[in-house]
Design a protein. Sequence first.
Length: 253
Amino acid sequence: MMDCKKALTETNGDFEAAIDLLRKKGQKVAANRSDRDAKEGKVIAKTNGTRGILISLNCETDFVAINEDFGKTADAMAAIALEKAPADHDALLALPYEGMTISEKVLEMVGRIGEKIQLSKYEQISAAKVVAYNHPGNKLACIVGFNKEISDEVAKNVAMQVAAMAPVAVDKNDVDTTTLERELDIAREQVRAEGKPEEMVEKIAQGKLNKFYKESTLLNQEFIKDAKKTIRQYLQDSDKELTVTGFKRIVLG
């Protein structure tokens, strides 16, 4: 309130000019806090059934993150992202929000709250069926796409698997080349450190890569609720043709 009063005084009672002044102050605060860490906040997942989005609205302290207004703003921005389907992060920031853009709203929050605020991440997927999972506390969320309709129970269980086990890809063939090479390099060095003959290094490294696939690709992971099954087997128990087409996962920190 004191900031508002001061802004009105400085602008001789011009309400619109006072708003502009406060927004400029927000820009200045944002610049001053650019080197601060914003590792708290809210992660929100939403879906309309065939499209899902994830956003992360970040702040510096948990005190701000648990504020009701902060949570409502994060939810509203997620709703805009779901409705307007922006192509990327920059397009999302440029969308309108209560008479300003989302980017300007973030700057306004910086000036009002006094912390570094960032809409740091935006992800989206489309599929025949998309489910959203928000972990209690909204520090972790994910969206998962399936190739066809799926029961609520199976969908939730697979989404919880993604949230809990943080796979890097859907299946073996979906792991990017950079990740594969990194894992192989690590495996080779581990084998050499164990003193194995050089002619055995590549074979053993490939064996370690298979372990990586089992631990880090969704369809090959052990189902967290039944370790006797992989996620692929769990899905096929429900429907032989059912599979995951993609997923996105965001966690604070």
